[in-house]
Design a protein around this ligand. Sequence first.
Ligand SMILES: NC(=O)c1ccc[n+]([C@@H]2O[C@H](COP(=O)([O-])OP(=O)(O)OC[C@H]3O[C@@H](n4cnc5c(N)ncnc54)[C@H](O)[C@@H]3O)[C@@H](O)[C@H]2O)c1
Length: 374
Amino acid sequence: MTVGVGLIGAGVISAHYLGNLTTFPDLQVRFVADIDLDRAKARADEFGVPAFGTVEQLLADDGIQIVVNLTLPSAHAEVDLAILAAGKHVWSEKPIATTVEDARRVLDAAEQAGLRVAVAPDTVLGAGLQTAFRAIADGRIGKPQTATTMVLNPGPDRWHPAPEFLFQPGGGPLLDLGPYYLSTLVTVFGSVVRVSAVGSIARPQRVVESGPRAGTTFAVEVPTHSALLLEFEGGASAQATFSFQSAIPRAGFVEITGTDGAIVLPDPNMFEGASELWTTESWKGVTGQDKPVPEVIEAVGATAGRGLGVLELARAIRAGVPERASGALAAHVLDVMLAAETAAASGTSVAVSSRVRAPEPLPADWNPAERTLA
Ligand SMILES: NC(=O)c1ccc[n+]([C@@H]2O[C@H](COP(=O)([O-])OP(=O)(O)OC[C@H]3O[C@@H](n4cnc5c(N)ncnc54)[C@H](O)[C@@H]3O)[C@@H](O)[C@H]2O)c1
């Protein structure tokens, strides 16, 4: 039996999800809901989903076991709690919530109801990062010790038709892009125990630059540049920069150095991409002005895109095993991001108390296109 899926929030990212979820043989997408019914109908029609309507109508469908929550960060917790109250499992877009308390309420409600909450990013399940994780787990760089990550761009006011939420609490480059980079680092190094940070706002107002509302001015409420220093349990450390105020586009910069080598990971906001492995081998025979050459590790695994995590959750529920993109991992990442905001505002380093176990790498032959659920 396939697992029935409903989707709430028919905005920009829903097209990516529906394009993939409707092709996975283990899932059946049954319903699209939104507070804007025209939007829900348009997406349902576009992707051949049989029904659309309100959130209440979606939650009344007994054939739906997992609800995909693609609403705005400020609504994630409230919508998750309604999904759980209806007896259904949750896949939520990131961040899990905008406060530590709300994230806790969601996880507690799930535990009490015996239901699951899994949270984006599912890029960590994609072929690119999974191949890098397997190389690290195989000891190719020795013991991982330090990391440098960076993502810079001018900001989503350039391309998003309703970008305000990305400049309000729950947004900013830290909470919008941080989950991709920090979930990657936590998967490699384990829990973060302490954070220092600085943050700044370059321009207090921005203008919507694309779509029907182009020209609309709005206020920037959170830092648009955040630079973090992270300390992990076990002593590893990382620096991470997130910026919506750079004219230089730099996406996907993640380098991890270990005792025996270093690895450049593919973009953690993507599902594919090769890794570069640098070891003493890369420097063999290099003299004078010669350049060392890394080993390129081509990605092996699933590249299907957003929605992979929904499928992994469905298969994990049926198998009775933990899902990999867990709510606990997302809640820890939120703790880290909010600790960084506190650190930047107070000029102190801030301890992070939550702990999480890094998920196991996916088997290289894990295949979304296969029908596995009888
Ligand atoms: N846009 C992207 O490229 C992108 C990429 C990755 C993740 N995300 C995440 O996906 C989520 C949605 O982003 P988006 O860009 O699609 O936003 P969006 O504004 O385009 O769409 C959000 C949709 O949710 C609906 N909505 C809001 N509150 C609701 C509620 N309480 N009940 C029902 N519907 C509700 C809105 O009407 C809207 O149609 C965010 O958490 C964002 O961080 C977006």
